[in-house]
Structures are given as C-alpha cells and as structure tokens.
Design a binder for this molecule. Structure first.
Ligand SMILES: Cc1cc2nc3c(=O)[nH]c(=O)nc-3n(C[C@H](O)[C@H](O)[C@H](O)COP(=O)(O)OP(=O)(O)OC[C@H]3O[C@@H](n4cnc5c(N)ncnc54)[C@H](O)[C@@H]3O)c2cc1C
Length: 593
C-alpha cells in the first residue's frame, strides 16, 4: 500500500535522497510533468502518513501537500537540544527513524565529527537558514568549475524569491558585531554577488515575524494568529517556530518546509521515507553503461525492492552518494568520492562587561540566544568568512570550549596573541566561562578549503552494516587551510576587541564536517550538466556535485541552485525539455543582483 497520491511504481526519474538539494530538482522536474520518486533513508516529519515517525513505520509514501501537518510538527519538533540534536538518539541524526536503533556507522580515522541528518529535508533540518551565494571568485577564478558564476545567477534569484531569502534582522548581537567590524575598518557591503571584503546582514532564509524586527526586513506575512517566536535560536533543533503555524509557514525555510511542499504540489512527485538505496542498477547502453534503476531497503522491515526509471539522480549527500556509487561497482577514475572540502571551522568568542554593552548596544547583556542563530557576517574572499554563530548553551560549552585540538588552555602561552585564552577549558573554568554565556558573542570562522584528491570517501570493507560496506572519510586540511584559518581567527579576535570584549577565547576547534562539498565534483566525475561522465542517465544533485567549497560561503544556496540547473539539463537530455525556462536576465531586485 502506498500513501496519498498515485502509486509511483513506474516513475520517470528516481532520486536517492530527499535532503537539502533533491527537493529543488524534484520540484523543477515535477513542473515539467516528469514523474519523480524520491527514496529517502530517514523519516518524514510533520506528515500524516507517518504520525509517529520514530516509533512506528506508518505508511510507505506521501505524494500530496494534504499530508503535511503543522500540528504534527508541533508534536514532533521540540526546542530541546538533546531531544532534537543528540547525534546518538536525537530525532535529527544520521540513523534510522526507529529511535530504538543505533545510528548508522561511518569510519572516521581522524579527530573530529561529521554532522548530517537523515530525514526528508536532510541536513537542512539542522541548518541555520544562512543562504548566501558563492563568492564570485571561488567559481570564476578557481579553475575547478566547468561553468561560470553567471550561469548560476538566474537559479539563485529564483530560489531567493521562493524561500524567500532576505537580509537577516539586526538584533543586538548583530549590532555588536557590526560595530566591531566598522571599528576594524571594514565597510558595509550591499548586493548579493560577493567579490570584496566587507560586513553585512546574512542573506537568510528565515521568515521575520516579529513586528519589532521589520525595520530591517520586509516580511509581510501575517503571524498574528500564531504564538511563538522565530527569533529564539532554535534552528539546530529543527526550527520549530512559530508554534501553531501551518507546515509551509514555519519560519525556517529548510527544504522540508520550503521546497518539499512545492515539489509535492506539482502532483508529479512522491517521497518514500525509510527507503535506503543500496545499489544503482545499470545496463549496457549506447555508451559504455547507463543507469536504469535503484535497489533499496525498507529500514523498518528490512525488505528490499527495485524501482526502474529513465534516469537516476543521486542526492544522498557528500558521503553517501560516493558510498552508494562505490557499493554499486560503478566506474571510478580516481575522483569518485575525492576532492571533499569542508569549511575547516574555528570559533572565537568574546565576553563583554555590562557597562560596555550598555554603551555599544544599549542593553547590559548580549543575549546570544535571542535572534536567529547566525544573522551577520564578514566576507573575506580568498580566505573565507566570519559569522556570528550563537549556539544554545550546551553546544557552546562543547564546540567553543571542550573540543579543541590545540590542547588545554592552561598549557597554551598566549603572550603576544590577540586572544587571552586558547584551547580546551574544562571543570570549574568551563563553568565560569559558561556563567558568562549571556554576555558572550561567539564567532565562527568558515575557512575556504580547496579540493585535494587525497581527501574524501572510500569504502571501509572491514565494516559492513545492513546497507553494505560503510563509508570511510579521510579529511585533513589543505596545506594553505591552517594559514587561512589562522588569519580569520585573528580578524575575528580584532573585531571582538574593537567591539569592547574584555576576554577573548579561541577554540582551536577539532574538524567539524558540517559544510561538506565536492566529493563527486562537476568537472571531475560529472559533466557541466550534472550527468556522470562514465555512466549515462545517472546524475548527481547534492553538494557533492559542487566543484569546490564555494569560497567559504555557506553552501546550500549554491547546491540548490545547481540542482535546479541539473534538473533542466536532465529534462533537456532525456525528456521533452523545459517549457518554462527560468529567465536568464530577470529584472534585478537591486542594482547589482
Ligand atoms: C548544524 C548545521 C547548521 C547548518 N547551517 C547551514 C546554513 O545556515 N547554511 C547552509 O548553507 N548550510 C548549512 N548547513 C549545511 C547544510 O545543511 C548542508 O550543506 C546541506 O543540507 C547539504 O545538502 P545535501 O543535499 O548535499 O545533503 P543532505 O541535506 O544531507 O541530504 C542528503 C539526504 O540523502 C539521504 N540519504 C543518504 N543516503 C541515502 C541512501 N543511500 N538512500 C536514500 N537516502 C539517502 C539522507 O538521509 C539525507 O536526507 C548546516 C549544517 C548543520 C549540521
């Protein structure tokens, strides 16, 4: 039995994954009347076909917006850190929907963590709604890309209008950041195409419902009938606000609430959650090989099924897409799974005294938990970026103070450095630091990492789970990464110092692989239309298709823009083309859009 809508046993296109990028592709294909089936390994939240997604299997599929329920999201998405975000047993984790079962395994030889989420919406269930475009030079001046930045602009513009993407509201913590940036000598930048250094409100895909914040945004929706506050720093927990709002009106425009409803509304898209793809099926074609279907396993029953289609799209993310490719025995010329980039984060926090805060922002606390998790940033093309990144207290204690790879703070001599302390802080010292949480501003450095062939995904043939050999992920910084990261950490410290911080701490964070890109890169594994070079009718539409780390800008906007573009190439090559092309030169929203 399938759920609502048609039983799509014979789709035109089968897509592996319904995460951050796949719904953009499905929406675009569905608009062309192409029947698309998405197989998603994780659960479907807020869907009446799956009313208790972590304790019961529910139905098998959903193909209608009628299934989407804001009330169910209210029951399922709480604002509690552990309930939602624990990588072991949180609702948003890399693991099966069944909460009784362990997370899925991966082999990670080096220190660090990988943060990905299984479920419809994928890792955008966690994401913070930051939706900047790639830095222009990262596409036009780094020789990895077979396409130009200008090719992506119509797709960026399209997504910016549908999510929508707006400058984040200026809350007190953003004002503090901007003041530090101004005093450090940076200028405010306007426009979305970043080529030069400067600070700005984050282009952000979170609705702005609060009347008091409309001065810096132009959200014109009506939230008077719903209760709750979207400016409460709960993006990591799924962004459950505002409580009581309809499914599609949830403030955070992760793919679950933004693009999935649009895809389902075409009437040509079906999503099967709890469906883990284990093999890409191929046959001989006019070229050496062509894809014709997918084998998948129901994660509740263990039953396997095959589904056949005219084209197959891999959108399982930067780790599972190459794992599936390799487990399917598809050709590998040396770049499959390789060239993986991540933004080699570091964190720098400043603690302020109340009188200074009163002078700078007119209130005696930063109140980091107020406002969207990350609403302001400094762009440094060639190096990366620095953003306000206010985690809830538990995560702050962990990433800011407890997970350093640079040793204990008491061991590190910081004489002559721009930070007062550097490294791991535990015990009483950690309690002291955290007791200042409400007067603390935490900045994240997104380092522009460049692709190298020895970073990436291979199979760990010694470790198998129910879906085959697991992925082994090797990542170490590109030789210039540490230098770039250090440069950004120094800029972040200066900014905090100029804003008046009385104590600055640099984490020296262990690698957190959370912005992942380029493990199946366009130009290496894929052609410029997103189709595999060695297998016909096989496309990739997730962040693995990106050709580099987009300069250090948050990658989801570019991943989704590329997925829209890939959908059009797929439709042109194997179907009747695109009836309503996204205009190449729409009326710009501002002078330099
Ligand atoms: C805490 C946090 C905050 C973030 N904030 C931001 C931000 O503000 N801005 C930004 O741009 N990015 C942000 N990111 C990163 C962003 O969420 C990811 O880059 C993005 O979701 C990646 O999209 P994707 O489609 O490549 O993969 P995913 O979104 O991970 O989707 C892949 C999907 O495929 C499914 N899947 C995997 N294997 C299989 C299989 N074999 N069969 C079936 N399905 C499978 C997965 O379950 C998943 O749903 C953040 C990430 C985290 C963790």
């Amino acid at each position: 039995m399938t759920g609502s809508g048609a039983d799509m046993s014979d789709p035109d296109v089968v897509v592996v994954g319904a995460g951050g990028d796949a719904p953009a592709l499905a929406w675009r294909l569905g608009q062309q009347g192409i029947d698309v089936l998405l197989l998603e390994a994780g659960p479907f939240h807020g869907n009446e076909q799956f009313p208790a997604p972590h304790s019961e299997r529910g139905n098998t599929a959903s193909a209608s917006t009628d299934d989407l329920s804001g009330d169910l999201l209210d029951q399922q998405f709480t604002a509690r850190e552990g309930d939602m975000g624990s990588p072991v047993d949180g609702k948003l984790r890399w693991g099966p929907a069944d909460a009784e079962r362990a997370p899925w395994a991966r082999t990670v030889p080096q220190t660090g963590v990988i943060s990905q989420v299984a479920g419809v919406g994928g890792t955008t269930l966690h994401y913070y709604g930051n939706h900047p475009r790639a830095f222009v030079p990262s596409i036009n001046e780094q020789p990895h890309w077979p396409i130009d930045y200008a090719d992506l602009v119509p797709y960026y513009q399209h997504l910016e209008s549908v999510h929508p993407v707006k400058p984040a509201p200026t809350t007190p913590k953003a004002e503090l950041f901007f003041e530090g940036a101004r005093r450090s000598g940076y200028d405010l930048t306007t426009g979305l195409n970043v080529e030069d250094e400067g600070y700005r409100p984050f282009p952000n895909a979170i609705h702005q419902p609060d009347e008091a914040l409309r001065r810096d945004g132009d959200y014109d929706g009506d939230f008077r009938d719903v209760s709750g506050d979207t400016l409460a720093c709960h993006e990591h927990q799924g962004g459950p606000h505002p409580r009581g709002a309809d499914f599609e009106e949830r403030a955070k425009r992760g793919s679950l609430t933004s693009l999935v409803p649009k895809a389902l509304a075409t009437g040509h898209v079906e999503i099967r959650p709890n469906a883990f793809a284990t093999e890409v099926l191929t046959r001989a074609g006019p070229g050496p090989l062509e894809a014709c279907g997918v084998e998948y396993r129901d994660t509740w029953t263990g039953r396997t099924r095959r589904v056949f289609a005219d084209a197959v799209v891999l959108a399982a993310g930067c780790i599972e897409t190459p794992r599936l490719w390799l487990n399917s025995g598809l050709p590998d010329d040396g770049w499959v799974g390789k060239g993986l980039t991540t933004h080699h984060f570091d964190f720098v926090s400043g603690t302020f005294d109340s009188d200074t805060l009163e002078d700078v922002i007119g209130q005696r606390k930063v109140e980091p938990h107020q406002g969207q998790a990350a609403g302001s940033r400094l762009d440094v093309p060639g190096k990366g970026g620095i953003a306000v990144n206010t985690f809830a207290p538990g995560i702050t204690a962990s990433v800011m103070f407890s997970e350093s790879i640079d040793g204990f703070a008491f061991e590190n001599d910081t004489t002559g450095e721009p930070w007062d302390t550097h490294g791991r802080v535990t015990g009483t010292k950690l309690k002291e630091e955290m007791s200042d949480y409400r007067r603390m501003l935490t900045l994240i450095c997104h380092t522009d990492d460049r692709p190298r062939q020895d970073n990436g995904v291979t199979l760990d043939s010694a470790t198998e789970d129910e879906h085959g050999p697991v992925a082994r992920i090797d990542w170490s910084p590109h030789p210039e990464d540490d230098e770039r990261r250090d440069d950004l950490a120094r800029r972040a410290s200066k900014l905090l110092d100029e804003a008046g911080a009385n104590h600055i701490h640099r984490a020296g964070a262990a690698p957190i692989l959370l912005h992942l890109q380029s493990s199946m890169a366009m130009g290496k594994v894929l052609d410029s239309g997103g189709e595999a070079l060695s297998v016909d009718r096989l496309f990739v539409a997730d962040h693995s298709a990106l050709a580099n780390g987009v300069g250090g800008a948050n990658p989801t906007h570019t991943g989704q823009a590329l997925a829209l573009r890939t959908a059009e190439h797929l439709a042109d090559r194997y179907f009747d083309g695109v009836s309503d092309p996204i205009p190449a030169n729409p009326t710009p929203a501002s002078a330099d859009d």
